[in-house]
Design a protein around this ligand. Structure first.
Ligand SMILES: [Zn+2]
Length: 350
């Protein structure tokens, strides 16, 4: 049943996925090259419906490298895990060569236990700061069960992906966590959500002349640190807005000025508002985000790049998929309720 649905879903995607360019950025004619060129890198920012059939929150970025390897950075909340896995499968992904958890908050690693269960994982990287709570525990359990090695990335590390002709580099700009910092995340009852967000990996992906900066959920203090340390070296063609585009904890004008991207992409829905839109506009940057299910796709041949988007409309199977998940969830809740009432009546009888 599940396989049949997936097949229909895949067929539907193949038939319906007409790429609609939302911006033509370079010389006309090169747009399709940037998308179709077999040496191109494709970076998907999906916006998916969750199990409750509403738009899921959090970060999840899927990158198809020029040599066909797959890099996945983060994975939404747990209630988006089935749909996120289906989305990966719709891109014909069976193996993830590089899976990266920027930090251990639920809106970034919620889907990871399921992804580890459903896909072959070749390399797993984290910031090393596991937390004494869910879903960090479940993530650790999955790592142990599938005998994966969670390698720790830290500022100064550089991963060389792609092949000799089409090299893709991941430069890790942050964090510089000491053993003490990591222990603090476990043991100090006073550690804050801000502290955890500031342990997030900041990754700059470079493919020839094209680059994209992923600052995950860092706050202003870390943005400031990066501005002081790297200055204009932060410059990237595209920026993923820090901390889901929140304007009072992150996205400092100085940081935006240093990165000086053409576009900034916001993931998550919580903080979409006119303040953040205006802040980017004032820096001469266009902010892109989705308010409905679908994805934003950035593709580049290392020279030119194109941005397009795809909407999963209400007749699409991704909606039906979510409806099925929602029904399953409803049934589970009803059963829980029944069980609870039964226990209650038993207690009363006793
Ligand atoms: Zn987050």
């Amino acid at each position: 049943m599940k396989n049949n649905l997936l097949l229909i879903f895949l067929t539907f995607l193949l038939i319906s996925c007409k790429t609609i360019p939302i911006e033509k950025l370079n010389t006309p004619g090169l747009l399709s090259d940037a998308i179709e060129n077999q040496n191109s890198i494709k970076i998907y920012f999906p916006k998916l419906l969750n199990r409750e059939n509403i738009l899921g929150d959090g970060d999840g970025i899927v990158i198809l490298l020029p040599d066909d390897e797959v890099l996945v950075i983060d994975g939404f909340y747990e209630n988006t895990s089935e749909i996120y896995c289906d989305f990966l499968k719709s891109l014909n992904i069976t193996k993830i060569n590089y899976l990266i958890a920027t930090h251990m908050h639920g809106d970034h690693i919620g889907s990871f236990p399921r992804i580890i269960e459903e896909f072959e994982i070749e390399n797993l990287y984290t910031n090393g700061a596991f937390l004494d709570r869910e879903p960090s525990h479940l993530f650790e359990d999955a790592i142990e069960e599938y005998e994966l090695e969670a390698k720790v990335l830290t500022a100064g590390d550089s991963l060389n992906l792609g092949d000799n002709e089409n090299p893709v580099t991941l430069d890790i700009l942050w964090p510089s966590l000491t053993e003490e910092d990591i222990n603090k995340a476990f043991k100090n009852p006073g550690f804050t959500e801000e502290f955890i967000n500031n342990t997030a990996l900041v990754i700059k992906l470079v493919y020839k002349d094209f680059s994209i900066l992923f600052p995950s959920d860092i706050y202003k203090s870390t943005e400031e640190f990066l501005v002081n340390k790297y200055g204009n070296a932060l410059h990237s063609t595209i920026l993923k807005a820090s901390h889901h585009g929140e304007f009072y904890t992150a996205n400092l004008p100085d940081f935006i000025k240093c990165v000086a991207p053409d576009y900034s992409i916001l993931q998550g829905t919580r903080y979409i508002n006119s303040v953040i839109d205006k802040r980017y506009k004032e820096a001469g940057v266009t902010l892109l985000f989705r308010k409905s299910a679908g994805y934003i796709l950035v593709s580049s041949d290392g020279k030119d790049y194109a941005i397009s988007e795809e909407t999963f409309n209400e007749s699409s199977l991704i909606y039906e998929y979510s409806a099925i998940r929602a029904k399953e969830e409803q049934k589970r809740r009803e059963e829980q309720q029944k069980e609870f009432l039964l226990k209650l009546s038993e207690t009363k009888q006793n």
